[in-house]
Design a binder for this molecule. Sequence first.
Ligand code: HEC
Length: 173
Amino acid sequence: MRKQDRTRRCSAGAGIRRMFGVGNADRRSCFIVCVLIAASAAQAEDRSGASVAPLHVVGDGIPQSLTDVAGSAERGRALVVERGAANCLLCHAVPGSALSGDVGPSLAGVGRRLSSAQLRLRIADIQRVKPDAVMPSYYRVEGLDRVATEYRAKPVLDARQVEDLVAYLETLK
Ligand code: HEC
């Protein structure tokens, strides 16, 4: 892996380091986190094989579903708790899950605070709402053109998974 690729992928880790005020000694764990994120990106693409649709952002949301079929709140909940590619519990508390991180706000009541369109944009590409966000952009490929070829054009989650997560978060009233 070229040096610039590693630096690029580690921007999420760098944000985490800034938040916790940890120094260079933790570079290695940053690297591991980033490799895990990159690995899960490859996995998501393998499973779905679908091409990535452009995001139609209106205001601070994406009103239009990314898929033709409605998301499943049940599958969305499973994605959150299984700690796979999504790994939301690394940073967020959700109702009914004991072990969770507190880097991000608790997602309890998020379906009351935010509309489906707002939830969709925050999951797909939170950096469009908050450019210095620590949270990864789960459904974005543009702007990542310096990553190694095998990870190019591969978002962390596929469109159906994003919609499943929106459907689940909508239930958190
Ligand atoms: C690396 C940590 C991290 C991970 C992993 C993460 N988030 Fe976040 N999330 C944050 C932080 C921090 C914020 C607050 C905005 C910011 O600074 O990034 C946030 C904000 C949000 C918001 C907006 C909440 C509000 O009240 O405005 C939603 C919704 C959200 N995250 C959902 C998710 C979901 C769903 C997942 C898993 C697919 C996830 N997050 C994974 C750190 C994370």
